[in-house]
Design a protein around this ligand. Structure first.
Ligand SMILES: [Fe+2]
Length: 220
């Protein structure tokens, strides 16, 4: 991470995404969703990054399934690309959290697909973080489902977890750590590496080595 590697110009061209396979569309789309979620609950978030993050969540949630079923639909691809851009603008300024810390560790050990790793961790991050950023998570749910105001506080977490899990399954991501070639004996080293990742610094709550390892156990 360095200001020296920020691009001067970015060409945001959805046409280039139409040749991605459905699994790459699913994984990169879920990655964009995680960028937005993590930026929104980041302890370095701000009013500006919040706008980008919520818009990104809205666009990805509304368009990812269709981008897979209608890969040549340029309107849908454009909205996904815009969602990804909004998510990038959010997390470039607010940074990320525990999902990326843990996904970086997985990708580093086995070259596991980044988006897939994020996708299978997102629901567990909500479970882990929720009590430390309840208003933020509530706002995400209200943004996607404007009529969710009457949902009881204790049901918000489960609704959000269901929302992201249903989307993950609908786009065909059912990966477990054993599918990625990870052994039980790898979990401790994975947790050690994740624990040293810079993304943890902006997670809404500190995570201990044991807690990180416990989350890996859940997706094994
Ligand atoms: Fe990412």
């Amino acid at each position: 991470v360095s200001k020296a590697v920020v691009p001067d110009i970015s060409l945001i061209d959805p046409q280039t995404t139409t040749t991605m396979s459905s699994s790459l569309t699913a994984a990169t789309g879920m990655d964009a969703l995680v960028h937005a979620f993590e930026a929104y609950v980041s302890n370095a978030s701000s009013d500006i990054t919040d706008l980008h993050a919520l818009k990104a969540i809205e666009l990805v949630y509304a368009n990812l399934k269709k981008a897979i079923s209608e890969p040549d639909n340029m309107e849908v691809r454009s909205k996904m690309m815009l969602g990804s851009l909004h998510a990038g603008m959010a997390f470039s300024n607010a940074s990320l959290g525990i999902v990326h810390a843990m996904a970086h560790s997985l990708g580093g050990l086995k070259d596991s697909p980044h988006g897939e790793c994020n996708a299978i961790l997102l629901e567990h991050s909500i479970d882990f973080n929720y009590a430390h950023a309840p208003k933020r998570y509530k706002r995400i749910l209200e943004h996607i489902f404007p009529n969710s105001g009457s949902i009881k506080q204790e049901e918000i977490k489960m609704n959000l977890i269901k929302m992201v899990r249903d989307l993950r399954l609908a786009v065909g991501i059912t990966t477990t750590l054993s599918d990625l070639g990870i052994e039980k004996s790898d979990l401790h080293q994975l947790a050690l590496n994740a624990n040293n990742d810079a993304c943890l610094a902006t997670n809404p709550v500190d995570a201990s080595l044991e807690q990180i390892e416990a989350i890996y156990e859940k997706i094994f």
